[in-house]
Design a protein around this ligand. Sequence first.
Ligand code: ZN
Ligand code: ZN
Ligand code: ZN
Length: 152
Amino acid sequence: MTTQAGDQLAPDDLAGTLDAAGYRMTDARRAVVGLIASRDGTFDTADLVADARRRRVPAARATIFRTLEILAAVGAVERLDLPNGEHSYVRCDTRGHHHHLVCTDCQRSVDLEELGMTTITADVELRTGYVIDRHRLELFGLCPNCQTRLPS
Ligand SMILES: [Zn+2]
Ligand SMILES: [Zn+2]
Ligand SMILES: [Zn+2]
């Protein structure tokens, strides 16, 4: 399933995911989940710390880190390696294996389906004799909005 960039996931969906996975929803965690749900595109912990401060949400840095870890463990957010060598998180609107297409300017992200990787890994297995059991693939570029906004 693909989602349009900019679709908002209700905080209750994220909170429900944690509930279903058996994690206790404290007020602080709920607050952090709310911050993440209102994020569009990729973000890092510093962004969330700044959001919490701006919106006067009482969430300590440690709680933000821990909540991100939990959300990553249940597949509701994913940690991405950016082309510049930095790391970032992105909220996943798709469950299960998928890829991301991230705008290098506004950081909006779209979830993508398998993109033909099954064929590629099967071919690589044939050629190398390796048994491939996982892969990571993220795509980066300018989104339609940023293409019209920025001079080429
Ligand atoms: Zn994802
Ligand atoms: Zn963009
Ligand atoms: Zn894949």
